[in-house]
Design a protein around this ligand. Structure first.
Ligand SMILES: [Zn+2]
Ligand SMILES: [Zn+2]
Length: 213
């Protein structure tokens, strides 16, 4: 099952320039089997996601891209209250106020724009056992960012995911995807699949192969 794990709508993301319907249409057009809405520190797009899911008869899950002080973490799991990002919580604080076991957490773009985000790398090195994967490919990562992420993932033994990080129709949802080994119908099934490592990043895997040499 192909899923784009990382998209933004204008409902929940100030920087989002697309409706949930536009996200779903793009995801379907790009051959996805499911899509996940991950607005910044909000799940206010949830109703629109459920509506679009019914309208298109297509799985539309809602997660959250949480801004911890060190960087961005994609969180899939139970409903999260808003405002984590506004509080400027450190990851060490965020992890204490959620039920870690019921979430799949994936650091988004650990490297972005070529520059190492030292703080989030430190978080990944320290808490890697709490993460389901690292996001290695998206519209917002360069080839070098992906390479750096692949190296880091290998170092800590984490698998890779890809997600579009789509904010607008010009960089459409479904352009990057993660291939799940099994179909999932609910967020908790998605969490289980991610925590079990039952997936592969569906983006340019040649990059990983080259690095192995
Ligand atoms: Zn982000
Ligand atoms: Zn994002």
């Amino acid at each position: 099952m192909k899923i784009d794990l990382h998209t933004h709508s204008k409902i929940g993301s100030g920087c989002g320039k697309q409706s949930v319907s536009q996200i779903v249409e793009a995801a379907i057009g790009n051959g996805m089997d499911a899509v996940c809405l991950t607005d910044h520190n909000e799940m206010s797009g949830r109703e629109a996601a459920d509506e679009a899911s019914r309208k298109w008869d297509f799985p539309v899950f809602t997660g959250m891209e949480v801004s911890v002080r060190e960087g961005h973490i994609l969180a899939f799991g139970p409903l999260l209250e808003e405002g984590y990002g506004d509080e400027g919580l450190k990851y060490s604080e965020f992890r204490r106020i959620i039920d870690l076991e019921s979430f799949a957490l994936i650091p988004a773009h650990p490297f972005r724009g070529g520059a190492p985000k030292v703080n989030i790398v430190e978080v990944i090195m320290r808490y890697f056992s709490e993460f389901a994967a690292l996001e290695a490919y998206s519209f917002n990562m360069t080839d070098k960012d992906s390479e750096n992420t692949i190296h880091l993932a290998r170092l800590v033994g984490l698998p890779l995911v890809a997600g579009s990080d789509s904010h607008a129709p010009e960089r459409p949802a479904g352009s990057y995807f993660t291939a799940l080994a099994r179909n999932v119908n609910t967020v908790s099934e998605l969490v289980n699949a991610l925590r079990a490592g039952d997936f592969e990043a569906g983006a340019p895997l040649y990059a990983a192969a080259e690095l192995q040499e």
